[in-house]
Design a binder for this molecule. Structure first.
Ligand SMILES: [Zn+2]
Length: 47
């Protein structure tokens, strides 16, 4: 079971796997499928 994340813009809940895209440079992009909100400022647990 994947944790769910809520879009800060439209408040639609989606599984992390559905909205987070991991880049090769270890950046993670959040993209809401409902409102197309995009955020590159995701902080990962690995610092
Ligand atoms: Zn959204």
């Amino acid at each position: 079971m994947l944790p769910k994340v809520q879009c800060p813009k439209c408040h639609t809940e989606a599984e992390l796997d559905q909205v987070l895209t991991a880049q090769s440079n270890q950046n993670v992009i959040y993209r809401c499928q409902n409102c197309s909100y995009e955020c590159r400022d995701i902080h990962t647990s690995k610092g």
